[in-house]
Design a protein around this ligand. Structure first.
Ligand code: PEP
Ligand code: MN
Length: 340
């Protein structure tokens, strides 16, 4: 739609799409509203829409992913997580432990994240673990502790849902629901996330291509939830000096193809505490909108992922140095946003 299109213009287009038996996806942007169409079995003649008032242009999307593509929406999407804009000019730092372990642990983590200048708190209450004998998370008790930490600090909560059965409970407490790497192609979970009113943090599968990653996001948008944040967290390769290989070139690649914001998780992306700071800096230099970082008050005693978790003072350094990198490269970031 044009920047001057009215609500009535937008609604007229929606009605027209629905009268044809298709689904209209209305995605407002800072300047213009984009309207995607799905459910059409074949091509639609753009002329059907081009002459309606307020329509700037009607485009056939050439990519297999439709709603996530820049063809449908040229402006960057900014996802609001409890008042924190993700994908805007400000970097977003989401820190916290891999798992919620106790009241003391999560409150201490939350205070440390806040003191370092982080805006969001992460922590898993339901954990996808390789071994069924490893700590599986505190479940609802963990969600309640996260809510307490939010109450105490004002930080928004990012926490993972690992299955459809517990999704409703997780979304009740979370400000943003994480879908983990192992579940990136759990299509029923993605569809459930698409029916949620909470933003979704979608992590890249450990062996997924860029197209598979964007198609997974498309599942969520196709159900009507347009609030998706993508997260690169490393992929499996032959290297053994790190747990995963952080694929930072996916950041500009995503930005070229999609309007969705992308952040980076250098904790799972490296699996080693001493590699987190350098790769965090590289992520921001590559243009990421923010970071997801594991932080623990006593990493040596963590019940999961302690070896990759930062001490609070290390997280503070990460935030400070990343902001310095972003300030140095502000001219580039602004140019990218203007280009979008
Ligand atoms: C996590 O964030 O703790 C996690 C399990 O991440 P991933 O799904 O990327 O492995
Ligand atoms: Mn973890």
């Amino acid at each position: 739609m044009t920047a001057h299109a009215t609500e009535t213009d937008i609604d007229r287009v929606r009605q027209k799409i629905e009268s044809l038996g298709f689904r209209a996806h209305i995605m407002p942007g800072a300047q213009k509203t984009a309207i995607g169409i799905t459910g059409n079995p074949g091509p639609i003649d753009p002329a059907e829409f081009e002459d309606l008032p307020g329509v700037a242009e009607a485009i056939r999307v050439s990519k297999p992913y439709k709603l996530v593509s820049r063809e449908v929406k040229s402006e960057d999407s900014i996802i609001n997580v409890r008042g924190v804009p993700v994908g805007g000019p400000e970097l977003v730092f989401c820190g916290g432990p891999c798992s919620v372990e106790s009241r003391e642990q999560i409150l201490e983590s939350a205070r440390a994240v806040k003191a370092a200048g982080g805006q969001l708190l992460r922590g898993g209450a339901y954990k996808p673990r390789t071994s069924p004998y490893s700590f599986q998370g505190l479940g609802e008790e963990g969600l309640k502790l996260l809510a307490e930490a939010r109450e105490a600090t004002g930080l928004g909560i990012v926490t993972e849902a690992i299955d459809v059965e517990t999704f409703e409970l997780v979304e009740e407490y979370a400000d943003c629901v994480q879908i983990g790497a192992r579940n990136m192609q759990n299509f029923s979970l993605l569809r459930r996330a698409g029916r949620s009113r909470k933003p979704i943090l979608l992590k890249r599968g450990m062996s997924s291509t860029l197209e598979e990653f964007l198609m997974a996001a498309e599942y969520v948008l196709s159900e009507g939830n347009y609030q998706v944040i993508l997260c690169e967290r490393g992929v499996r390769t032959f290297t053994d000096h790190t747990r995963n290989t952080l694929d930072l070139s996916v950041v500009p690649a995503v930005q070229g193809l999609s309007h969705l914001p992308i952040i980076v998780d250098p904790s799972h992306g490296t699996g080693k505490r001493d590699k987190v700071h350098p790769m965090a800096l590289a992520s921001i230099a590559a243009g990421a909108s923010g970071l997801l970082v594991e932080v623990h008050p006593t990493p040596d005693r963590a019940l999961s992922d302690g070896y990759q978790s930062l001490y609070p003072e290390q997280f503070l350094e990460v935030v400070k140095d990343c902001r310095a990198i972003a300030a140095l490269l502000a001219h580039r970031r602004n140019r990218q946003q203007a280009y979008a």
